[in-house]
Ligand binder design. Structure first.
Ligand code: CTP
Length: 410
């Protein structure tokens, strides 16, 4: 797992309770640590029956707190006092897995172990990831306690439906680590620079059908667009991701709109921008489509086949027209894929399409542009400014673009 800017240096108290899902918390602690967070684990007595403190210590490289009365590893303060220091410095208290017993304690302010004492002491956001048998999760007592906690501002990471260790099926399973991380990104980023803003992002190469089997498309994979959507979620935005590709895992928390052709992407964009702060057109949209789509599969009955192509709609030009009337989106960011005269062509697109920012890619480099995990871009703005961004991960470029949008909006 790569480092994630949002988690870099964040102090997360991971409260682990006694559920079979406690083993998954070890993986989460490991991934959060790799992402750059400082994870301090507090285990209940029951949690230690499922996994050992050593597992968490090994993956986080930090001491694990469990016994309220014992002195810490350096022989200093007993844990029931040391935890106050922990609580003061925390950015988030995540209880994962959260059992019915601990949720009841937190709801009613009981303080009989280190985790419940710590929960009373913190003033950072509280996130709860319950994991238990379906019937327990549905029980009125548990739901009542959850309601109390959510009413007080706690964030719920909903359990998923599936099969339990007991063999029963229901809702109560702890989500996979990638989903937990995605949910945490939204929780930690909630007050970010784009909080209260809606961003519409397009991604992937559109597909123009020839017949029921074939289509014309391009080499775009959608990676840069998905990275921008994730960066916008990390910055607290509400994100609509209009995607022409189904191969990538959707960023957790994005509203996904699946499209295929330039026409369907155009309709989805126009429908979603009317109340949006910004549109980022990272998609590689077809310029031409077949004049007609054959209802039946085209057979190889002729020696040569010519297909007349007609122009596909230019989405950014349609956005320019709509924005002229409504004023939305407030900011429009376009991309330019160029194989020659990068800056000159890009400047022409910035002006012609009425953009606030334009991100230009040189698609001839192997380590940048289509399909690569890295990118190298030049960002042009409407004031004549130009910023060259040397080779970086698409995640970093996404964060940079989101930062520029934030700068224009605020
Ligand atoms: N774009 C669009 N509608 C199209 C084609 C492109 O909205 N039918 C958008 C892209 O999403 C991108 C920008 O316009 O943000 C520039 O796309 P690009 O393919 O570089 O340029 P084109 O306008 O298609 O011009 P050309 O292919 O001739 O370079």
């Amino acid at each position: 797992m790569n480092s994630i800017a949002l988690f870099e240096g964040k102090r997360i108290i991971l409260g682990v309770c006694g559920s079979i899902a406690a083993y998954k918390a070890v993986d989460l602690a490991s991934k959060l640590t790799q992402a750059g967070a400082l994870v301090d684990t507090v285990m209940t007595e029951a949690a230690q029956r499922f996994v050992t403190p050593l597992s968490f210590q090994a993956v986080t490289g930090r001491p694990v707190y469990s016994d309220m009365w014992r002195a810490d590893a350096d022989g200093g303060l007993p844990n029931h006092i040391a935890h106050i220091g922990l609580a003061e410095a925390a950015d988030l208290l995540l209880v994962c897995p959260a059992t019915a017993n601990t949720l009841a304690k937190l709801a009613h302010g009981l303080a009989d172990d280190l985790l419940s004492v710590t929960a009373l002491a913190v003033d950072c956001p509280l996130a709860l990831a319950p994991a238990m048998d379906g019937a327990m999760y549905e029980s009125p007592a548990l739901q009542g306690n959850l309601e109390i906690l959510l009413g007080r501002g706690a964030q719920l990471i909903e359990p998923e439906a599936g099969r339990f260790a007991s063999g029963l099926v229901g809702t109560g399973r702890l989500p996979e680590t990638s989903v937990l991380i995605g949910r945490l990104r939204r929780i930690i980023g909630a007050d970010g620079e784009l909080a209260g803003h809606k961003l519409v992002v397009t991604a992937g190469g559109t597909r123009e059908a020839l017949d029921p089997v074939r289509f014309i498309s391009n080499r775009s994979t959608g990676k840069q667009g998905y990275a921008i959507a994730q960066a916008a979620i990390d910055a607290g935005a509400e994100v609509v991701l209009i995607s022409a590709t189904g191969y990538l895992a959707p960023p957790v928390g994005a509203t996904m709109v699946a499209v295929d052709s330039a026409q369907s992407m155009l309709e989805a964009v126009l429908e979603n921008i009317s109340d949006s702060s910004a549109l980022v057109m990272a998609a590689a949209v077809a310029d031409y489509r077949p004049q007609a789509v054959s209802e039946q599969k085209i057979k190889k009955s002729q020696a040569d086949l010519s297909l007349p192509l007609v122009r596909a709609p230019d989405i950014l030009m349609a956005v320019k027209a709509q924005r002229g009337q409504t004023g939305y989106p407030m900011i429009v960011v376009g991309f330019a894929a160029e194989s020659e005269n990068l800056v000159e062509n890009a400047r022409g697109k910035l002006q012609g399409k009425g953009l606030d920012l334009l991100v230009a890619n040189d698609i001839t480099a192997a380590d940048a542009g289509f399909a690569a995990d890295t990118n190298r871009v030049v960002v042009l703005d409407m004031d004549g400014g130009m910023q060259a961004i040397d080779l970086r991960s698409k995640a970093d470029i996404g964060a940079y673009i989101v930062e520029r949008i934030g700068g224009l909006l605020n």
